[in-house]
Design a protein around this ligand. Sequence first.
Ligand SMILES: [Ca+2]
Ligand SMILES: [Ca+2]
Ligand SMILES: [Ca+2]
Ligand SMILES: [Ca+2]
Length: 410
Amino acid sequence: MYRKLFTIGVTCLMTLFVMTLTHVADAQDKITGPWLWMIAPTEANQGGANSTDEDSLAEASGGDVTEAGVAANGANEGDKVGDLEWTLGEISETGGNNVNDLVNEIGLGSGDVNDHSSYALITLESDSDQAGVEMKVGSDDSIKVWLNGEVVHTNAINRGAGDFQDTFEVDLVTGDNTLLVKVSERGGGWSMFVGIDADVNAVVKPFPPPVSGKITGPWLWMIAATEANEGGANSTDVDSLADASGGAVTEEMVATVGANAGDAVGDLEWTVGEISETGGNNVNDLVNEIGLGSGDVNDHSVYGLIILDAPEDQSGVPMKVGSDDSIKVWLNGEVVHTNAVNRGAGDFQDDFKVNLVAGGNILLVKVSERGGGWSMFVGVGGTWDIRQDSFVSVEPAGKFFTTWGSLKAR
Ligand SMILES: [Ca+2]
Ligand SMILES: [Ca+2]
Ligand SMILES: [Ca+2]
Ligand SMILES: [Ca+2]
């Protein structure tokens, strides 16, 4: 009993000690960085409040770079926006012109800059989810703040600033949190102050490359019927592979170990094909072309399988998909995205992030079709190559069959 009380006492003391040690950021402390910086011009005399909701990155880059894209997927040192490159710089925690001083110092601008917006990017590393933590910002002139792709604060105002002025609350997630701060300058001073009252490390770290296009393949394909009038949203979580094969093949099996061209699911065989990157009926066109279906197919799910060979582990890799109708995505056996919806699609619609592992990554995409068009669009950022002529995991044959057998036995 004494020993138990002693242990509890020591644990409480240690907890207090650890809390003190890990409290590395405070709203009273300004995050000086280094941050990663970009500036972009506004229209003449339209800097400050009037530019708060104008995407000056998109204007300067001809649409190649957007505020929303950077807010969600970051940027890397040396990446370009028009003629300028994202550049590292540490900002002073004092002074009513600290942004102007900084952009002069790192060569993004010279002299007294007016009618421009600055963009400052940093990653907040958090060991845990932290909800409702306080952020403080000050700005000359207007300010907009994004955290993990979401706007968390906007103040469209023309004002001077030498310290914090606005207070708001944000939620941090475990791991990397992407913070983007835009300050639009009309004239006179140009300054920015940012602090957060949370246990974080504020660092500039590399972001995986964004999605650069649609993966046309070759993919390995299968289709399977749903119940009548139950395709699309209602079939998202129904295992149509298991239904079509009497349980011999399941979605989980294929998502975990892959499949071979020629393997059967009921009367059909997994078949290789490339899908068009355009069109609102590209799945239907494909299954006609490769002989898995004919005419306008309805109330079926398609399964597309591909292996992406990655040179190294990559976390927070952006992924985009579009689907007519519903979609479910597995990566290395785990469901990474589900959207049970009936909709049309001619391009990307959903954004999310995934982790790639070094070596083969098994990507399985299911799109369930109710009626009308049937389409699928998939893009993966990061660095990888499509593995050619193989759609099974790289495990040795013995292990492969053991895995397959143990899955079947579940
Ligand atoms: Ca100025
Ligand atoms: Ca100003
Ligand atoms: Ca159809
Ligand atoms: Ca449809």
